[in-house]
Structures are given as C-alpha cells and as structure tokens.
Design a protein around this ligand. Structure first.
Ligand code: NDP
Length: 492
C-alpha cells in the first residue's frame, strides 16, 4: 500500500510543518510504513493557538448558539457513521488492535459525538433564591482555547472524548494526537471540515509531546489543557500549566485490582479476568492488571486461566479470528518485555507467556505472548507499576478485609472490579475501593453518560457525562437588581 501523506489542519487549512519535517508512521502488525506525517513543532502549535484564539473571540464562535454547535456535532457524527468501516480499518492499521475492537471504538466515538451534541442544548444553569429585590442565576460559559493531548491506545475514541464535550460547550480547540497514531485523527478533522465548522474552531497539530504538547501545556493563550496518558507526563503537563494557571484535566495511569471471591460465578470470572487484562493487548489505563484471588479457589482458577490464556489467538488485527493484536510500537514492546525480566528477577513465578512472538506471520510486527505472573508480593515493581501491556500479576487474599487493603495499596485509583455472588459483599467492597470507575461482576464497560476518571495519582477531573461537559465550562453568577434606586449606605 502506498504511504499516505498526513497534514495538519490549522485555521481551516491543510498544512505541512513550517520546518518541512516529516515522520514515518508504521503498521505495528508488520513494521511497514503506512503514512508519512507532517512533524509539527513549537511554531506550528503557536499558529494553531493563535487561530483558535481568534476564532473564539473575533470569529464569534463564543457566541454561536448551542443549537448550531449541536447541529455541527450531529453532522460530524453522521459523517463518521457513513465511513465507519474505513475508520475501523484505519484504527487497526495504525494501532494494531483487532478489527472487532476497532469497530467497537468507532461506534462508541459516534455515540460520544451524538451524546454531546444533545447535551449542548440542554439546561445547564441554576437559579438561586436570594432576598428581594434581587434575581440570581448561574450560567455556564466556554473556557476559551483548549489544548488537548491524547495517547496512542485509543486514537479515535480518545479524540471523541476530548473534542465532543469541548466543542459542545463552545470552546475552540488545538488537538494533538500521539505522534505514532495520527491516522484516524487526520480523517476526523476532514470530517469536521466537511461538517462546516468555522475556520480556527478545530485545529490539529501533529508532532511530538516534548515539543508540540509541551508548547500547548505552557502557552499563555491556552485557557485549558486536557491530557490523557502516563502519570509521569501528566506531572510535566501540570507543571507547565502553572505559568498562566490554566485549567487542567488529567486522565492518567492505573494499576487496577480485579478481586475475585470464591463464591463468584467461576467461568464468568475467568473470562472477565482475561478480558480485563488482554483487551487492547493490555494497553488500557483501566486494565485489570492485578488479579486478586481468594485463596480457596486459587489452584482451580489459575489452572483454567492459564489454559484459556494459552488459547488466545495473537495476530494481525486485520486477520479473521485474531483475539489479541501486536503492541503499538517496538519501543513500547521493549518496555513491556523489560517488565517480564524485572518480574523474574524479583522472584515472581512466570506461569505462561513472557516472550516476543517472532517469525512467520509475526515477522516485522510487535507481538507478545499473553503473560501471567504469580507468587507476586506487594513490594514488587510488577505489582506496583503500570506495565501497560498483556501482563497479568496474580496475588491471593484470605478474607474481605485483606482484599480491600491489597486493592487500595497503590498510588493509583482509576478502576477496580469485584466478582462475587453475594450482593451485600459486592457493595461493601466496591464502596471501600479508592477508585473512580468500578464494576461488579463485569469488567470494562464504559458509557458516554457516566464520568470517567480516577482518584489519587490517576488524575484530576472527569471525562464523559455531564461531569465531562462541565470540565469545559466556566461558571458565572449573575445577580440582577430588580429595584434600581440608591441604597442610602453613605450620607449625602
Ligand atoms: P505519554 O503519556 O508520554 O504520551 C501521551 C501523550 O502525551 C502523547 O500525545 C505524547 O506525545 C504526549 N506527551 C509526551 N510528553 C509530553 C510533554 N512533555 N508535554 C506534553 N505532552 C507530552 O505516553 P507514552 O507513549 O510515552 O507511554 C509511557 C507510559 O505511559 C506507558 O507505558 C503507559 O504506562 C502510560 N500510558 C498511559 C496511558 C493512559 O491512557 N493512561 C496512555 C498511554 C500511555 P507523543 O507520544 O506524540 O510524543
């Protein structure tokens, strides 16, 4: 396939980087070049911010009626739906995930645009009772120019989660996808252009985090920065944002506990334990990467888990029947494999997997076996650090109290799940989990209607739902005097 040329979208025009630099984009399934992308830098981010600022103020986007913003977002959703097969294939081509997962992401993205298109026109303010003759109301207004930075694990879906609420709330945006996965974002901005968003309202800058991303995070004319990615990068963004005290929202990492009690539905718990860690090759912030098993079912559970893990079909995401794709890049694969060595050196038992898959259909790709460690103790790095790959670490607990204590023994607080047939126990445990996204007898479902985000070092703020919309608004109180006359406070 001929490599496509990918450009940035700034102030309503497709453009290369001012420096003329480009970057090769690779297919993780075979390492082949699939596109050549403009490699923007600080000066490109600056011109996109200037365009977004001008569109917000002089261009009048700020005053655009909610109904018009809703119309444009509904139109974008319709256009995306018309081309959903193409988008799913692009996502698999660039990220490596199995096509069935990519199709799910595209449908979820369409629904996200529709959800926020609908929300734009719904009531958002408040009135509050004060004594006569005053009338008091609260309104929500857009923040202004929003910088948005996303990672490579869900290139289209993360774009939808960021762009839809920001635009619905009336902001202008400068958006940066991960440098290695720009394909679907470029097509999405083509859809925005076709839908008719005014020039400068939506801007796409391609390039690396330390240049383009850092510029957006530090820029004085960016009023809000929204970021999804690793916790270490989140810290850098937070620091950079202090210059103009811009608003921030951060969706960061996790080391999420999946607690299985002996009374859980056995086969369902096994299947969800697999899905929790191996979906998207474990490259999921909410992945169930720590499996906590009640001691009494350990042997039976592990036997079945290993048997089913070994049967997972790893391969090219485009191939029929593939259940787990490659990792996103060679650098990331190396990082995940290094954790296998760390786990072995720490004394954990490698029960299955742990190797790069090479040769034959795997040639040139970044494939890895689904991997399980047991005999892991809470002080090990493989238990404490986010590996972000198909590596499950299993520990055991004696009782409910120990399960909760182990689950919460982490700097993170993004997600967690409990499997049990005892409803009261499920509620007790879930309420004690220090995490923002929780599940009972399931793992991973996400809804556009519900807030997504974490406690502790998993982030700041929430995406999705009304919470996610509010993150893109300022709050203004308006107090109106209904009886305008001197108040006689000072003598004449
Ligand atoms: P990063 O968090 O570094 O990347 C996420 C996004 O941030 C990318 O667009 C990246 O740009 C950008 N970025 C990088 N550095 C800066 C910076 N200084 N200022 C502004 N933006 C920046 O993830 P990595 O790809 O480096 O992965 C590292 C680890 O982070 C993973 O192994 C995993 O543990 C975790 N991670 C967590 C994710 C999550 O959803 N919670 C998602 C991805 C990673 P670019 O890539 O273009 O350089």
């Amino acid at each position: 396939m001929a490599a496509q040329e990918l450009k940035m979208f700034i102030n309503g025009e497709w453009t290369g980087a001012l420096s003329g630099e480009t970057r090769e984009i690779l297919n993780p399934a075979n390492g082949e070049v699939i596109a050549v992308s403009a490699e923007g830098a600080e000066q490109d981010a600056n011109r996109a911010v200037a365009a977004a600022k001008s569109a917000f103020y002089e261009g009048g986007w700020w005053g655009t009626p909610a109904s018009e913003r809703a119309r444009l977002l509904f139109k974008a959703a319709d256009l995306l739906e018309e081309r959903k097969e193409e988008f799913a294939k692009l996502e698999t081509l660039n990220n490596g995930k199995p096509l069935r997962e990519a199709e799910f992401d595209v449908n979820d993205s369409i629904a996200c645009f529709r959800y926020y298109a609908g929300l734009a026109t719904k009531p958002h303010g408040q009135t509050y009772e004060v004594s006569d003759p005053m009338q008091a109301v609260v309104i929500r207004e857009p923040i202004g120019v929003c910088g948005q930075i996303i990672p490579w694990n869900y290139p289209l879906l993360m774009a939808a989660w960021k762009l839809a609420p920001a635009l619905a709330a009336g902001n202008t945006v400068v958006f940066k996808p991960a440098e290695i996965t720009p394909l679907s974002a470029v097509k999405l901005f083509g859809i925005f252009e076709q839908a008719g968003f005014p020039s400068g309202v939506v801007n796409l800058v391609l390039g690396a985090g330390p240049s383009v991303g850092q510029t957006l995070a530090a820029h004085d004319d960016v009023d809000k920065i929204a970021f999804t990615g690793g916790t270490a990068t989140g810290r850098k963004i937070m620091l950079a944002a202090t210059g103009n005290l811009k608003k921030i929202s951060l969706e960061l990492g996790g080391k999420n506990p999946n607690i299985v009690f002996a009374d859980a539905d056995f086969e369902a718990a096994v299947e969800y334990a697999l899905f929790a860690i191996f979906a998207n090759s474990g490259q999921v912030c909410a992945a169930g990467s720590r499996l906590l098993l009640e001691e009494s079912i350990y042997d039976r559970f592990i036997e079945r888990l290993v048997q089913r893990t070994k049967a997972i079909k790893v391969g090219d995401g485009m191939a029929e029947g593939t259940e787990m794709g490659p990792l996103v890049s060679e650098a990331h694969l190396d990082k995940v494999l290094s954790y296998v060595e760390i786990g072995k050196a720490e004394g954990a038992t490698l029960l299955c997997g742990g190797n790069r898959l090479i040769g034959g259909a795997y040639e040139g790709g970044y494939y890895m076996e689904p991997t399980i460690f047991t005999d892991a103790s809470s002080d090990m790095r493989i238990v404490r650090e986010e590996i972000f790959g198909p590596v499950l670490v299993v520990q055991t607990f004696k009782d409910e109290e120990e399960a909760v204590s182990m689950a919460n023994d982490t700097i993170y607080g993004l997600a967690g799940a409990v499997f049990t047939s005892n409803g009261a126990k499920a509620q007790r445990v879930i309420r004690k989990l220090r995490a923002g996204i929780t599940w009972i007898n399931t793992y991973h479902p996400t809804y556009n209607e519900a807030p997504w985000g974490g406690y502790k070092q998993s982030g700041i703020g929430r995406e999705l739902g009304t919470f996610g919309f509010e993150e893109y608004t300022e709050v203004k109180q308006i107090n109106t005097n209904l009886q305008v006359e001197p108040i006689g406070w000072y003598g004449s």
